[in-house]
Design a protein around this ligand. Structure first.
Ligand SMILES: [Zn+2]
Length: 78
């Protein structure tokens, strides 16, 4: 067999949680409102909606997958 190195699993589909986080993160880079605030919940409507999607994805993910090892809270923009 080849290409089965540990930690180098091929990407079939992007993790919905990561995807939601990336969408929010990209928004905060472009949005003046969200760039300034210290917490996602204090951002603009779009930012809060994106953050809410991410939080929901987190909850759904951990509810369906009890083996999740990612318990770290992602950093919010400062
Ligand atoms: Zn925003």
């Amino acid at each position: 067999m080849s290409g089965d190195r540990v930690g180098a699993a091929p990407r079939k589909a992007e993790d919905p949680t990561l995807r939601a986080y990336r969408l929010w993160f990209e928004h905060t880079r472009k949005c003046d409102d969200c760039k300034r605030v210290r917490q996602a919940s204090a951002g603009c409507e779009d930012g809060r909606a994106l953050w809410g999607t991410y939080r929901l994805a987190c909850v759904g993910h951990s509810a369906m997958d009890g083996t999740s090892t990612t318990t770290e809270t992602p950093r919010e923009p400062s």
